[in-house]
Ligand binder design. Structure first.
Ligand SMILES: [Zn+2]
Length: 141
């Protein structure tokens, strides 16, 4: 089953979505920095521990945003090169509905499922390695 190539109009609407997401991330980034400044005024130890905790939470959230921002930029670059909407793995056209839900998608649904299956296989393999050979791998799969 092959999907149709995206129309110019579809690419434009997805590009708009990507740019909006990008703006939102930049805006959040600025808010985070303000937050970081004000938290330095704290002196109480308990407060400090709480601040450390929320800092690490925020950092994790921030890392995810940085990762997402990178994905957005990659998608925008693919639009420039007119490669957007094509699976980077097999070159198939990615379904418009899939891109609407996830404008940064760079794999078609089949390759995506495949890579997720690989990941879970690796996970099982890693687990069985650490737990020894008593695990019945056939049963787990
Ligand atoms: Zn593919």
């Amino acid at each position: 089953m092959t999907e149709k190539k995206l129309t110019k109009k579809q690419v434009d609407s997805l590009k708009k979505k990507l740019l909006e997401e990008n703006q939102r991330l930049i805006f959040n980034g600025m808010n985070n920095e303000e937050f970081a400044y004000s938290s330095e005024e704290r002196s109480d130890e308990v407060d400090q521990a709480n601040a450390d905790f929320s800092n690490s939470q925020r950092l994790r959230f921030r890392n995810r945003e940085v990762f997402y921002a990178k994905k957005i930029n990659e998608a925008l670059k693919r639009i420039e090169k007119e490669e957007y909407g094509q699976c980077v793995d097999c070159g198939a056209n990615i379904k418009f509905e899939r891109l609407l839900a996830r404008p940064t998608a760079d794999l078609c649904i089949y390759c995506k499922e495949e890579s997720e299956r690989d990941e879970s296989l690796n996970f099982v393999a890693r687990q069985s390695k650490s737990l020894g050979k008593s695990i019945n791998l056939v049963g787990a799969l």
